[in-house]
Design a protein around this ligand. Structure first.
Ligand SMILES: [Zn+2]
Length: 424
């Protein structure tokens, strides 16, 4: 199995099964209901873990929750802790409703403060960080390789977190002194305060896996500064960090005035799930390569819905021995190419094989065909009799009555009969 590594700009082979493959995927900052775009790293991480396990790997996924942050303070002045707790519950509920299960661990920044403080103390002790009036900054000049992930030249790094007291505009905060209006803070050797964003992930990943692990994931928008800084901090302690860095592409098409007729301006995962259902959401993401940007909107959701209906029709038809598991492996083992895998699955007619594949991606429900209510089945039988006796007007009337109840009656040639299918 190989994956594209942002750090080396190359495809890299994973070690052979059973691995282990330890994955740390950056999670959300919790201050509102998660956006549909936030669902992508969650889904990619969960699918990748599931596929790796199907391939015989010992795979684990850790997905953090950033529950202390400027955005949370701004969104709920004086009550940020309550908002963060509520928004964490929303995130767990909404991602849970995707039906993919949960990561092996979901560490929260506020529950990892002792490890974070210890990490910063080590950076200060080794000269990679310094304290200024209750803040602590990472000394970027102490890392000659800084910029290795985002490929920024050392003399052209964007300024981060402006503060005239910093030694260098490139330096970034590891610890921030408590300010008026910030309702959460913890004791530290530098006074009361709270961690910077980047150090959380270095500390939580190391807590979960030890310093070195196989895959670090997140959205493409995290390459700089978040992941560049995580990597610099962790390497500064004298050990390697994540071996492969995977970055998922962003969702586009959501910046218009009103992006979608079906969703209005509410592109929360919650609203998309409630409006379209989890299977449509999953198939939409499955049809796009995880590394590529993807346009989001009604038309692509409709396409996903039509594809789902196509798979349901395969399950309504007799199973045929058409399908080759090796084709699915070839697609997914090559940089986890789900659009290629989707094309493979569209060619399959073997119900058993399709069920096995869909189960890996939380879509086994496609095989569960809804039974029509018995009164509709009786109407359909009467329609068949009317057709058999060439009473087509009555047959059409019965068909319309069935349609009005939300079902479609389909004639089946072999064996002769009919099927009742829910209308999409
Ligand atoms: Zn992170």
């Amino acid at each position: 199995m190989r994956l594209y590594n942002t750090l080396s700009r190359r495809m890299e082979e994973l070690p052979p099964p059973p691995g282990p493959v330890r994955m740390y995927f950056c999670g959300p900052t919790v201050y509102q209901r998660a956006h549909i775009g936030n669902a992508r790293p969650f889904i990619v991480g969960m699918w990748l873990r599931s596929w790796l396990r199907a391939r015989g790997y010992d795979a684990t996924l850790v997905h953090n929750i950033t529950d202390v942050n400027d955005k949370i303070y701004d969104a709920a002045p004086g009550k940020s802790a309550e908002l963060a707790a509520r928004a964490t519950d929303w995130y767990l509920e909404d991602t849970g409703d995707l039906g993919l299960g949960m990561p092996d661990a979901l560490p929260r920044a506020t529950e990892s403060i002792p490890s974070i403080v210890r990490f910063i103390e080590q950076l200060v002790a080794t000269g990679h960080a310094y304290a200024v009036e209750g803040d602590v900054y990472f000394r970027v000049a102490s890392d000659p390789g800084y910029g290795r992930l985002s490929r920024q030249r050392p003399d052209q790094v964007e300024e981060q977190e402006p503060n005239p007291l910093k030694e260098d505009p490139r330096d970034f905060a590891l610890w921030k002194a408590n300010k008026p209006g910030e309702d959460t803070s913890w004791d530290s050797p530098w006074g009361r305060g709270r961690p910077g964003w980047h150090i959380e992930c270095s500390a939580m990943a190391e807590d979960a896996f030890g310093p070195v692990f196989e895959i670090h994931g997140g959205g493409l928008d995290l390459v700089f500064p978040h992941h560049e800084n995580e990597l610099a901090q962790s390497l500064a302690l004298g050990h390697d960090f994540a071996r492969i860095w995977t970055h998922n592409g962003m969702l586009g098409g959501m910046d218009g005035e009103k992006m979608s007729k079906s969703l209005g301006n509410d592109v929360s995962l919650r609203n998309v799930l409630d409006t379209w259902g989890r299977e449509v959401v999953l198939l939409f993401f499955f049809g796009a390569h995880w590394r590529k940007p993807v346009e989001f909107g009604d038309d692509v959701l409709e396409q996903a819905q039509a594809q789902l209906e196509g798979f349901r029709n395969v399950f309504r038809s007799p199973s045929e021995r058409v399908g080759d598991w090796a084709e699915l492996e070839a697609a997914l083992d090559d940089d986890f190419n789900t659009p290629e895998a989707l094309a493979v699955l569209h060619g399959w007619r073997d119900h058993e094989l399709l069920r096995r594949a869909f189960a890996i991606f939380g879509l086994e429900s496609l095989a569960d065909l809804e039974e029509a209510p018995t009164d509709l089945a009786e109407l359909a039988a009467r329609r068949r009799d009317a057709r058999d006796s060439k009473n087509f007007a009555e047959a059409d009337r019965l068909r319309d009555e069935i349609a009005a109840a939300g079902w479609e009656v389909r004639d089946v040639a072999d064996p002769p009969g009919f099927q009742l299918v829910p209308r999409p």
